[in-house]
Design a protein around this ligand. Structure first.
Ligand SMILES: C[S@@+](CC[C@H](N)C(=O)[O-])C[C@H]1O[C@@H](n2cnc3c(N)ncnc32)[C@H](O)[C@@H]1O
Length: 217
């Protein structure tokens, strides 16, 4: 018997079995470095993840102007970009913690791709995107609710932030409170908040939030 784990399976296994004692950023970098080459196949055939097309459908519904300038935060291998292109959007940038994941995104139509830790801040000016998307990043062990403020910062007043939150962290990590606090403070208007399928082969749903950044920011 082969006593060495098949590296083809390392990324997804480690995604499922996060080490609570590990440094969160180093753990993410290491998992996605392992997973980048098989991520798209696992997304479709093991996890059955449909958050990327679902999010782009929400964008087309609420921001149909395909000349909009979009930032995809935690873009990974660029599956959101693939759906943006198919929907006719032409100008979108992507950022991710993992340089290995970004390598795969390079073929998917992004204008600029750059590595950054979204939990610490992005090297992007305030108020410069018509929409900021963040898909599959607000989940176990990834980025907490502080990431929502970062999406808001880079979005123009009147622009949209659209993001998914895994149902397993929605309350436990305080995403519900963070979103409600921003709405109560008048910094966002919630345009749509819907719980939908996310990882269909795992039976996991997510909250999909569409919010408009107000002038009061
Ligand atoms: C489940 S994948 C989702 C990728 C892509 N958005 C998609 O829907 O296919 C999560 C992504 O979040 C990225 N990530 C994790 N922590 C991050 C952080 N602190 N800053 C930026 N990206 C991060 C990972 O590198 C990975 O590419």
């Amino acid at each position: 018997m082969n006593d060495r784990k098949n590296s083809r399976d390392d990324g997804i296994e480690r995604y499922h079995g996060l080490d609570p004692d590990a440094d969160p950023v180093e753990q993410m970098k290491s998992i996605y470095a392992d997973w980048a080459g098989s991520y798209d196949d696992d997304n479709d055939n093991k996890l059955g993840t449909i958050s990327q097309p679902n999010t782009v459908i929400l964008l087309t519904k609420h921001l149909p102007d395909t000349a909009s300038v979009i930032l995809d935060v935690g873009c990974g291998t660029g599956l959101v970009g693939k759906h943006l292109l198919e929907a006719g959007y032409a100008t979108f940038d992507g950022t991710d913690l993992s340089p290995e994941m970004l390598t795969f995104a390079a073929t998917r139509g992004y204008r600029h791709l750059f590595p950054a830790d979204a939990a610490k801040g992005l090297p992007v000016q305030d108020n410069c995107y018509d929409a900021a998307l963040c898909v599959g990043v607000f989940t176990h062990g990834h980025v907490g609710p502080e990431g929502v403020d970062m999406l808001l910062r880079v979005t123009k007043p009147g622009g949209l932030i659209i993001f998914t939150v895994n149902e397993g962290v929605w309350k436990s990590e305080g995403f519900d409170r963070a979103v409600n606090r921003l709405a109560y403070a008048g910094r966002i208007e919630i345009v749509e908040a819907v719980k939908q399928d996310y990882m269909t082969r795992e039976g996991v749903s997510a909250w999909y939030i569409v919010a408009r950044k107000t002038e009061q920011n």
